[in-house]
Design a protein around this ligand. Structure first.
Ligand SMILES: Cc1cc2nc3c(=O)[nH]c(=O)nc-3n(C[C@H](O)[C@H](O)[C@H](O)COP(=O)(O)OP(=O)(O)OC[C@H]3O[C@@H](n4cnc5c(N)ncnc54)[C@H](O)[C@@H]3O)c2cc1C
Length: 389
């Protein structure tokens, strides 16, 4: 009887997955941790770290080896992003966006020609990619975009702009959603690969952010950019559905990023609570502090389980939209709460840059906003409950 039960559900990671976690943890500790404060302070993009991430296959996680990738699944991707976020959420954001949005979008919906031309260098980490959906006037309501792609013979002319785009500056290519048939609304949106070598395509405003400061966030401008029709991903009118499918997967990685951030903040709070003495004993021995730590730990575990379940469903080829939104919503809110509690446990020192928790706190807020706000996740879950997928 117990054999039957244990074979139906397993919470154990495979040996290979544990090795990947160790590799990611060692990399984050040795190659990222020493530079976290510098990159946060300067807002410089950590090119050297990304070069090394490319070398170990972390920029082509979901891409098969024949296209230059590591050929791993969503669970492994979640583990890698989680471990990097535990040390630096801003670097993890770049890893998540590069892998899950740009590279995977081209791999999943692109022709063989586009895969060979763009996915291979992206997956090897030779180029960085961006993914442009958001515009100044259309964020949550992405279907209200204004950027157009007008067909002219065997080319499209793209005109418009995108904002808040991760790797807008440092990315040499971007997947861009644009209206090919404005009268059809969302059903008139198509997706394109646009290359910085194409005249008229450039990054404009670089954002000065509260958190995730070394992650490059910029606007993209399209001044009548001539894009070959062969750079269209899939058919005309499929762009919005493609973007939703890509966001489903992206939300699992943002959930994983949230789990890692919360774990990093929690570990710092645990350490500090055992060292800091007030009223004659370490503060962890004051019940108010211990209770906080217990809740933080429980919520992180719950967020991790939701995240791995969504990733597992994706790897099994089963529907996972609702589960990805549940994981993203819960984990991102856990990250914000955990980071805030970690600051609180540090008292005044939590508000000082010499301690790591203020950065987790600043970085955490993006997670309830990017790739669909918490309100949008609730809408996705409710729509799914009502059968309106
Ligand atoms: C650092 C950073 C990186 C980003 N990277 C990318 C990227 O790489 N690519 C990309 O395309 N975008 C990116 N974004 C954009 C991000 O996805 C959007 O900011 C997000 O989707 C929210 O859109 P918005 O900012 O326009 O807010 P709005 O849509 O204007 O929302 C404002 C508020 O209204 C609420 N709201 C809106 N509609 C509803 C509703 N129907 N019901 C209830 N509440 C509602 C929202 O939840 C929110 O609280 C990034 C943003 C940031 C800050």
């Amino acid at each position: 009887m117990s054999d039957v039960l244990t074979s139906t559900v397993s919470f154990a990671l495979s040996q290979e997955q544990e090795q990947i976690r160790q590799l990611a943890r060692d990399f984050a500790e040795s190659e990222i941790r020493p530079h976290v404060a510098y990159y946060d302070e300067t807002q410089e993009f950590p090119h050297e770290i990304f070069r090394k991430l490319g070398e170990i296959g972390f920029l082509g996680i979901l891409i098969p080896p024949e296209y230059g990738g590591a050929g791993l699944g969503a669970i492994e991707c979640a583990i890698i992003v989680e471990e990097i976020a535990r040390v630096c959420p801003a670097v993890a954001l770049g890893v998540a966006a590069h892998n899950g949005l740009c590279t995977y979008h081209i791999y999943r919906f692109g022709s063989d020609e586009l895969r060979s031309k763009y996915v291979v260098p992206l997956a090897r980490g030779e180029t960085l990619g961006a993914w442009g959906l958001t515009e100044p006037g259309s964020g949550s309501d992405a279907g209200a975009m204004r950027t157009v792609a007008i067909r002219q013979g065997d080319h499209y002319i793209i005109r418009g702009s995108k904002n808040f785009i991760t790797h807008g500056n440092v990315g040499s290519i971007a997947v861009v959603m644009a209206l090919t048939d404005p009268d059809k609304g969302k059903r008139g949106i198509s997706a394109f690969v646009v290359d910085k070598t194409m005249p008229g395509f450039y990054a404009s405003k670089k954002e000065n952010k509260v958190g995730m400061r070394c992650s490059d966030t910029a606007s993209l401008a399209f001044d009548d950019v001539r894009v070959p029709a062969s750079n269209r991903l899939g058919d005309e009118g499929e762009g919005f559905q493609q973007a939703l499918a890509i966001l489903d997967g992206g939300r699992i990685t943002i959930a994983a990023l949230s789990v890692g951030l919360a774990q990093g903040a929690f570990e710092a709070a645990m350490r500090y609570a055992q060292e800091r003495v007030q009223f004659g004993k370490p503060i962890v021995e004051h019940q108010g502090v211990a209770m906080k730590l217990a809740r933080m730990n429980m919520e992180i575990e719950a967020a991790r389980l939701l995240t791995y379940r969504a990733a597992w469903l994706r790897d099994q080829g089963k529907p996972f939209r609702r589960e990805a939104s549940q994981a993203k919503l819960f984990a991102s809110e856990v990250a914000v709460r955990t980071a805030e509690d970690a600051v609180q446990i540090h008292g005044g020192y939590g508000y000082i840059k010499e301690y790591p928790v203020e950065k987790y706190w600043r970085d955490s807020k993006l997670l309830t906003i990017g790739e669909g706000t918490s309100e949008i996740q609730r809408m996705v879950i409710a729509r799914s409950l009502l059968g309106k997928v």
